[in-house]
Design a protein around this ligand. Structure first.
Ligand SMILES: Nc1ncnc2c1ncn2[C@@H]1O[C@H](COP(=O)(O)OP(=O)(O)OP(=O)(O)O)[C@@H](O)[C@H]1O
Length: 399
């Protein structure tokens, strides 16, 4: 789908398009009211949505939004009521026509929308609901049954095929909707606040199921929510929307560590940091490297000269072996010793993306630092006190 594009550029950082993007949205506008198209071209960027409404009678529901969603990514659009999320997702799903801008989806025309109430057919059984989309596509009966059985199994509804939706719990009905959407194998799944009507416990359970399912199916998803914690939990990246515009796009960690302004910062205040921050954000990059056969006195001199307490020991291929600490270097006999004699090689090892909450058991046992390895190379170490301090500063809000 392509719409004539207004000559505007999106906010910094929003228009970089990755090579594996499935969905690309550029300079999208949806203006409600008379003269909408002209307004999208000419509106003064300095005017707020309220000022534009007062002056022209038009609503800038979506205002020059640009983003891309990568293959297999869950992209969340988070905004409070009236921020423009539903209008935006309707533009993506082609339920309404954008005023200006472009939406590219792999150049093809296939897309499944999964709505808040999932629109199950009440008079059809679970299996009939799931195969419906395949029947419409004219797919043969054997394939229909096979696909339906696969996705019913995937969403955990095996054994419920012959039941009617009203015989199922709210969460199970949602899973029928999910199975219907997955059955037709859409390129992109759009979710418009799917869990907002559920009570908190079922909601958390559905979020967990969606995350688990996504790990299996690796679908490209756009997920709308007004709940910041939900956004951080399910999203690989999250866009914060306000008054029709994207205020910031980032990973949950980016948003919590570097909120772009007070509006975003306010959302991050109650977020349990350990569930969002990763090892990468608390590690210290190594400053001094050594090899096991290096003389211990040489290394000691280098550490002292660089005012450094420890070194990372690597092999000939730069792979991590362990660490050496000044405190472990004996007072005498160093001249003839090598680094190998004092290596701590029992360090706990984690990946850069490990969430802080997973580090807690590592941080409270033993005294060697935690090593952060990326493809076998040490890109940082975590001092246990630093990890514990970050964890203790948490307020423990459940996500
Ligand atoms: N058909 C329409 N005609 C005029 N204005 C509209 C129309 N649809 C939406 N709007 C306005 O556009 C703005 C964005 O609405 P939208 O429903 O997209 O927000 P939202 O973030 O999805 O809110 P909610 O979470 O409450 O659904 C609001 O000011 C709304 O009043």
């Amino acid at each position: 789908m392509e719409y004539s594009s207004a000559n505007h550029t999106g906010p910094a950082g929003q228009s970089d398009v990755a090579a594996d993007s499935r969905l690309v949205c550029r300079n999208l506008w949806k203006v409600f009211g008379d003269g909408a198209r002209d307004l999208a071209d000419s509106v003064d960027p300095a005017l707020s949505r309220e000022e534009v409404l007062a002056q022209t009678g038009c609503v800038l529901a979506v205002r020059n939004v640009s983003f891309h969603v990568r293959e297999g990514e869950t992209f969340v659009i988070m905004g409070l009521s009236g921020s423009g999320k539903s209008t935006l997702v309707r533009c993506l799903g082609r339920l309404i026509e954008p005023t200006r801008g472009q939406v590219h989806i792999d150049g093809e025309d296939k897309m499944a929308m999964v709505f808040q109430h999932f629109g199950n057919f009440p008079h059809k059984r679970v299996l009939e609901n799931v195969v419906y989309g395949l029947q419409i596509q004219g797919i043969d009966k054997t394939t229909q049954r096979r696909r339906a059985a696969e996705v019913i199994e995937l969403v955990g509804l095996s054994g419920w095929e012959e039941r009617y939706p009203h015989e199922l719990s709210g969460g199970m009905q949602q899973r029928v909707g999910l199975a219907r959407a997955l059955a037709v194998d859409p390129q992109i799944l759009l979710f418009d606040e799917p869990f907002s009507a559920l009570d908190p416990l079922i909601r958390r359970d559905m979020q967990d199921q969606l995350i688990g399912l996504q790990q299996m199916v690796q679908k490209t998803m756009v997920f709308i929510t007004h709940d910041f914690l939900e956004a951080l939990k399910v999203g690989d990246r999250v866009a914060i929307m306000k008054d029709g515009e994207f205020v910031q796009i980032g990973t949950p960690e980016d948003l919590v560590s570097n909120p772009i302004n007070d509006y975003v910062r306010d959302f991050t205040r109650d977020v349990p940091r350990s569930k969002v921050l990763t090892a990468r954000s608390v590690m210290t990059p190594p400053r001094v490297y050594a090899t096991a056969d290096e003389g211990l006195s040489d290394l000691t001199s280098r550490l002292i000269a660089q005012e450094c307490e420890s070194a990372v020991v690597v092999d000939g291929q730069d792979r991590f072996i362990g660490t050496v600490h000044l405190a472990d270097v004996p007072g005498s006999g160093v001249a003839h010793s090598s680094v190998a004699s004092v290596i701590r090689d029992s360090c706990p090892v984690v990946e850069p993306g490990t969430r802080l909450e997973r580090l807690i058991s590592l941080a409270i046992t033993g005294d060697a630092p935690i090593a952060v390895l990326d493809g076998g190379r040490c890109i940082g170490t975590i001092n246990r006190e630093a990890a514990l301090a970050a964890l203790i500063s948490d307020d423990g809000v459940a996500m």
